[in-house]
Design a binder for this molecule. Sequence first.
Ligand SMILES: [Zn+2]
Length: 312
Amino acid sequence: MNALSEAERYLLDAVRRGDEQGWPQLVDRYQGRLLAFARSRVRNASDAEDRVQEAFIGLLRGLEKFRGECSLETYLFSILRRRIIDSHRGKTNSMCLLRDTLRGGDDEDAGPEARLPAPDLTASTYARNAEHRGELHRALAEAITDLVSGYKEALNFRELKVIELLFYAQLRNAQVGQAVGVEAGHVATIKTRSLSRIRKYLLNRTPSDSPESPEAPGSSASPVSSDPPEALLTEVWEDHRPSCPKRSTIGGYHLGTLEPAWQDYVDFHLNNLGCRFCLANLDDLKESEDRAHMDRLRQRVLQSTVGFLKKS
Ligand SMILES: [Zn+2]
């Protein structure tokens, strides 16, 4: 799976070739959105800049290994997020504002079944070794991307919102139902259906594409004979961002030029779900718009005053 756009491939090729313009162009293209993301996660402005710098260094260090499994933007965001988590000594927030808002205390009275196991614990029981785990992540990312693309093509944004709230924001069925105005029972149906589509995708892919499971066929720990744990889905969602709208779509949303169904969905993704990656993109777009306005005004002022300066 190669998720790179033509522009991203061009930039990466230029950097790999050692083209002098390649690296500055790449930095220019991504620094604004990365800084907007870091600023929303890190209080101190110079710390935020340090983390962005480290993310670019991380990209250069891993350049040979990066094969385009996700977009360059997503890859940079994931390095940056890890650097921020490291600098916070492992303390981590969700990538959805909504999840963090709801988590502010209501976990205490939730039953043990409502609390999701820590991602590492889940991943270790679901995937036995690091290599298998990497492969499983890739396979899951493809499966979720396939599911999400189906919803988007069919303009089925209601189900897309439901699975984002379930698997990206880790909300419980009743909370999801409230957020999108659907009965909790129907949320459960959508959940079962989407999990079974993910499982089916993995099953069809497994024989040739993935290493053999260390478990006997049909065992409960085999990735395809049981549903993937929800914490693992969230982990994959945060790393691969299968449902995040493109930056150009976020730009269209900002200008109000999208079709109504898309406008509504992107509004949900940004303002209800509160996807921090996409909010960073929106902030950066607004900032560059401000800069462009200022540049145009500056040009206008300078052009209209040039005659006065000559006279004096
Ligand atoms: Zn997003």
